[in-house]
Design a binder for this molecule. Sequence first.
Ligand SMILES: CC[C@H](C(=O)O)C(=O)SCCNC(=O)CCNC(=O)[C@H](O)C(C)(C)COP(=O)(O)OP(=O)(O)OC[C@H]1O[C@@H](n2cnc3c(N)ncnc32)[C@H](O)[C@@H]1OP(=O)(O)O
Length: 253
Amino acid sequence: MTFTINREENILRFTINRPKVRNAINHEVIAGFESLVTSVHNDSTIQFVVITGEGNEAFCSGGDLSIFHGLQTEEDAFPMLNRMATALYNIATLPVPVIALVNGHAVGGGCEIATACDFRLVSSHAKAGFIQGTLAITSGWGGGTYLFEKLARQDIAMQMLCEAKPLLAHSLLDNGWATQLYDGNKEQALETFVHEMKQVEASVHRAYKQMLIRKWTEQKLLEQIKEEVKTCSKLWAADEHHEAVQKFLKKRK
Ligand SMILES: CC[C@H](C(=O)O)C(=O)SCCNC(=O)CCNC(=O)[C@H](O)C(C)(C)COP(=O)(O)OP(=O)(O)OC[C@H]1O[C@@H](n2cnc3c(N)ncnc32)[C@H](O)[C@@H]1OP(=O)(O)O
């Protein structure tokens, strides 16, 4: 399985399970995210959702370049980008707190997934960055829109996007992207992180999440994300993008 969805008490955990390719996203994992959303909406006893990656190397390395490189034109790219952006918005707007348990590298679309979550609990050995720029595209799953919405300082958000480089964990904490860092065992880190919130009724969490969703609905966040998808689709078709992807794929062992 390229992903697992497991229930531990009132926590539903989604694990991207493609460690050989640093948990890169393929169509099956996108479908997994869609089933995660359905499961949460159908079960009012779920109190938290956790998204993490299998293994210790990576949380997620973004789209699977060996698959998505086959998308050549704007018309080819848009359906994939739009499908994942929609799934990610449905994750971001789940009626419960969503925790990105960033167990390793979160780059490209992987950084977008973590940014869409309510919290980012980040391993001290992890790096994260919007490296899409090195492939001559923008974020394309909503990550740039979420970053401008969530990061307190717009200049830091712009710098993260425009430098397109992975940042070390301490920098991610300093600039406000990481909610908290952890050392060692991610399970213990998660248990500690949710301990205080677990003392509060889930109905209160759900009410606060509705406040946030109402804010995003009023500011038409999803429309902003759809514009991001269109922009990424246009850049996707350029030679610069295809050349950059080929350069990465030629490096493969
Ligand atoms: C809108 C989102 C957008 C999209 O695709 O739609 C994107 O996400 S664009 C960004 C796509 N992602 C990347 O460019 C990241 C590429 N990967 C890396 O930079 C590194 O692999 C890294 C930093 C994640 C981990 O580096 P490390 O040295 O630990 O591992 P390797 O580079 O040796 O990778 C191991 C193995 O995994 C394969 N791999 C890694 N990432 C991807 C990927 N995104 N797609 C496909 N395959 C990936 C890599 O080729 C190696 O394969 P191997 O056969 O063992 O050589």
